[in-house]
Design a binder for this molecule. Structure first.
Ligand code: ATP
Length: 904
């Protein structure tokens, strides 16, 4: 019905300056696109009402029900047509106005189209007809309409609009004033609250630097972030991803979508009051934020928005949880991206990410949990061990693991289902799924009793209330109820005596009707007598015209057709009225019984979600155990020290993309105990292009990360000290969006690392200083490596093509050289992907150029130039002040002598 949009104009919704010009080829109705320029009194009554509703939701696209369509007018029509690629057409706006822009979607496709719009960052107000249009037409008035749904990216609860395996977060931010002595604009206290209203998760945290806030926001990737507006005129404005520049406080990530809110609800008094009322408590002490005003303000402001958008629906939120960013291993945005934790760097897909390689969960809840764990690894040995011992038990007990996983497959998303029950939006199918899942919890508990590890223990007992509730739901609702909850067919026999009685009466009337044809044929002797039904007349008795004389006296003629006469009888009409009203009453009663059951389920939402959390954690661990078994992972020993000892480690993703046995394992030994200096803190890793440097570097990062998630790791054995942060810097690309060059991106990222890394951090650097002149680059690379090895003593792997960096090992005892070795054959090099001690003495860059097909004369000349450079370069490098020279080892001396030196 709809085809490609007629217009492509920019963001016409809220700014008249964005209006398309009506000259040229634009149709005339575009002149009426902006309602502000029209005389409202001249518009048709329906369009006047449309604008009245629109005024209440100026920042949402208004979808307005007209018959079988949801229609949009004026500027919203232009936006919707463009975004959904629909035809932009027009509708009569009133005699003095002419036609106005219009577009629309069929009412049954509302869900699909509104999902698309919300995914693009828009808010949608759905204005539906709330009475029978025929009734309004009969009374010659406009049908009554009302906004029944307000959809914004962060407040979705409909299953079809949500991704099952990831949370949909709504965040709220409050910034405090910069400290008096602070001269850095980034030093600014902040409070962050976030909630997933579909699962009820509700958390808050606070910090002192905007960089930390960005870090947390990028971890959460909120679908919508609320910020108090600076001026009232912008309150309510919805800024889609990329539109925030200049409109939100400086320092916040502009790639997210924001909604500016009026500041009132974020004021401490109002915000705190709202929280206290929500949880019916007297102080926020128990939630951990009584003395964190920025947290309380953000959380209160967020709550206000939820109440505002959810209208009559009560969103059941879990207790607000206050946490500190430093409670978890910190991964900045670059690191999450470079380690490809939940999506690949190249094309942003799930396939090829760490999550892809590890996610063998059986439930959507388990999938969300694993995702959260990978993005927020632990810092405490206790937490890590609890997960490890559960995995260990499930690895050792294959039968238990398989049985558990088999059972978990039958457990639906009770975290979200119970939320919908609590909000009063769950359908009968939702409740049946919930009931079936609750009924399985007992079986799960029974199975888990075969184990003794912490996460198995957590599901070993099911609260008796939940068991009863599950059974009750299944006993009340039929096995496969219809989608609609108002058209009957939901409740089983024997649940409600009144319902059963009415059903029996209805059935008796139906049977009477079914027998009527036979009884009347017998009574009248008319063999061709029939009983029929039309919408206009209801039930009737049909007699062929030739037999009309035989019609008994109690027959009243209602209609004469060519070949038949149609009659009614008083009894038929009475039964008919009874059947029709009984059916409506029955449906209503069924709905009431259903709604009462749903409300009852809703009161158990907290308890259900507590069980859901235990189930999802177990699911995540059973999946990790499965990976451990099938991929041959080992249980790492996680210790308090600084060392990283990995024997025959593998890259968890790359190994799954290669045929079995093709991945070459490599070991790693790093992290001197500061006094003992046994293992290097910094490894300079050299090797030709494509030899496997990046892969090795990431492999170490991923193994460390997995160990802190509590997972087993792809290695023969591993002993790993707990890290506070993992940093990565990997060959940057130009950041065109912010206009930064490759080199500036690289320097910013490096500065961030040097300013935040500690001796407990793991730093993975893949090429530093490549985006500038060789001398500059090499100098910076040297200086950065030296600083990391001496000042910070972070465990660092520094992959580089600057072989000159191998010199460092001859000066500093906590630096070692490693190389990824290749085998040289006369006509090619063979990649062995083996990491061995010592530095590579040549880069094979010219060789790579030759293989790529550079003309022989270019290759020959390059060799000549190289020889000259080598001849004329000599070293004259002093040590950084305060660093003691250290005698090089024999191996280092040997490597150093073959190095190219360009320092004069
Ligand atoms: N240990 C390994 N076993 C098997 N294959 C490997 C191994 N390490 C790397 N590879 C393969 O080699 C390819 C190149 O590896 P990688 O990108 O790490 O090279 P590199 O040395 O970092 O190259 P460059 O210097 O050009 O960035 C990888 O895509 C992977 O398929």
């Amino acid at each position: 019905m709809f085809s490609v949009a007629a217009f492509a104009i920019d963001r016409p919704m809220d700014a008249s300056s964005d209006l398309p010009r009506t000259s040229g080829n634009a149709p005339e109705f575009m002149a009426n696109a902006d309602p502000a320029s029209l005389d409202r009194a001249q518009l048709t009554p329906m369009l006047q009402h449309y604008l009245q509703v629109k005024e209440q939701h100026p920042n949402a696209l208004l979808l307005y029900r007209v018959g079988d369509f949801f229609e949009c007018f004026f500027l919203d029509a232009v936006t919707v047509a463009r975004e959904l690629e629909l035809v932009l057409t027009s509708k009569e706006g009133g005699k003095a106005i002419g036609r106005v822009p219009m577009t629309g979607v069929p009412h049954h496709a509302l869900q699909r189209y509104s999902t698309q719009l919300v995914e693009k960052g828009y808010a949608i107000a759905v204005c539906d007809q709330i009475e029978d249009a025929a009734k309004a037409a009969a009374e010659k008035r406009m049908v009554e309409r009302q906004v029944t749904k307000l959809l914004t990216p962060g407040t979705l609860t409909d299953d079809s609009m949500l991704s099952a395996r990831r949370n949909n977060f709504l965040a709220a931010i409050v910034l405090g004033a910069s400290g008096p002595g602070s001269d850095r604009s980034s030093d600014r206290p902040w409070g962050l609250a976030y909630a997933d209203i579909s699962t009820g998760e509700f958390c808050t945290t606070t910090g002192k630097e905007l960089a930390e806030l960005t870090l947390e926001l990028m971890r959460l990737q909120p679908a919508e972030t609320l910020v108090p507006a600076r001026t009232p005129d912008v309150a309510g404005l919805l800024l889609r991803p990329g539109e925030a520049a200049g409109k939100i406080p400086q320092g916040l990530p502009e790639e997210l979508g924001y909604t500016l809110r009026s500041p009132g609800p974020f004021e401490l008094g109002e915000a705190k009051q709202r929280l206290l009322e929500q949880y019916r408590i007297k102080s926020l002490e128990g939630m951990g934020c009584e003395h964190l005003p920025l947290c309380a303000r953000a959380a209160g402001g967020l709550l206000d928005y939820i109440q505002d958008t959810q209208k009559s629906f009560q969103v059941p939120l879990q207790n607000l949880r206050t946490y500190a960013i430093a409670d978890f291993l910190i991964l900045d945005h670059q690191t999450r991206r470079n380690l490809e934790i939940v999506q690949t760097t190249r094309d942003g897909t799930y396939h090829g990410s760490l999550l892809w390689a590890l996610d063998r969960t059986c439930t959507a809840m388990g999938g969300r949990t694993l995702r959260r764990w990978l993005l927020q690894p632990l810092l405490t040995e206790r937490g890590i061990e609890a997960r490890q011992t559960t995995i260990q038990e499930l690895v050792e007990n294959a039968t238990l693991r398989q049985d558990l996983r088999q059972l978990l497959r039958h457990i639906y998303d009770i975290e979200r289902l119970s939320g919908r029950a609590g909000a009063g939006t769950a359908g009968a199918r939702d409740l049946v799924a919930l009931g079936e899942s609750l009924a399985r919890l007992d079986d799960l508990a029974e199975l888990a009793a075969y184990g003794s590890s912490p996460y198995l223990q957590a599901v070993q007992s099911v609260p008796p209330e939940l068991d009863r509730l599950g059974k009750k739901v299944l006993a009340h609702l039929v096995e496969s109820p219809p989608i609609s909850v108002t058209e009957g067919g939901l409740i089983r026999e024997g649940v409600n005596a009144d319902l059963d009685q009415r059903r029996r009466e209805l059935e008796a009337d139906r049977q009477w009707l079914a027998r009527l044809e036979t009884t009347e044929r017998d009574r009248t002797g008319i063999a061709k007598l029939k009983v029929g039904y039309t919408k206009a007349f209801g039930y009737y008795i049909s007699v062929p015209r030739s037999k009309a004389a035989l019609a008994p006296d109690d027959y009243t003629r209602k209609q004469t057709l060519a070949n038949e006469e149609r009659y009614i009888t008083p009894e038929l009409k009475e039964r008919e009225t009874r059947i029709l009203t009984a059916r409506d009453d029955l449906n209503q009663l069924e709905y009431e019984v259903f709604a009462a059951l749903r409300a009852e389920v809703g009161t158990y939402v907290t308890l259900i979600r507590t069980s859901a959390r235990a189930v999802s954690a177990l699911d995540a661990l059973a999946g990790l155990a499965d990976v451990a078994v099938y991929q041959g992972y080992c249980c790492p020993e996680v210790v308090a020290g600084r060392h990283i000892a990995i024997a025959e480690g593998r890259h968890p993703v790359v190994e799954q993309t290669l045929p079995s046995g093709f991945f070459v394992p490599n070991s790693t030994e790093m992290g001197a105990d500061i006094e003992a200096n046994v293992r290097p803190d910094l490894v300079v890793l050299t090797g030709p292009n494509a030899s496997g440097k990046s892969c090795y570097l990431r492999q170490v990062g991923l193994i460390q990360l997995l160990a802190q998630v509590g997972s087993f790791v792809p290695a023969r054995s591993a002993e790993l000290g707990i890290c506070d942060r993992i940093f990565t810097r990997v060959g940057a690309v130009d950041d065109l969006a912010t206009g930064q060059s490759t080199f500036m991106v690289e320097m910013n990222e490096t500065a961030n690392i040097l300013n935040h890394a500690t001796s407990r951090s793991l730093v993975l650097l893949d090429e530093i200083g490549r985006g500038t002149a060789t001398f500059d680059g090499l100098s910076i690379a040297w200086s950065v490596a030296e600083y990391l090895a001496t000042e910070i003593r972070a465990r660092t792997i520094f992959a580089t093509h600057y072989h000159e960096l191998n010199e460092l090992a001859s000066i500093l005892t906590n630096v070692s050289n490693f190389q990824v070795v290749v085998k040289e054959l006369p006509d090619r090099i063979v990649f062995l992907h083996q990491v061995r001690p010592g530095g590579a003495d040549r880069s094979y860059g010219i060789e790579a150029g030759r293989l790529a097909g550079l003309p022989p004369s270019v290759i020959a000349r390059a060799r000549q130039v190289m020889a000259q450079i080598e001849k004329h370069s000599k070293i004259a490098l002093g040590l950084r002040k305060g660093i003691q020279p250290v005698a090089p080892t024999a191996g280092d001396r040997e490597t150093a002598s073959s190095q190219l030196d360009i320092f004069e």
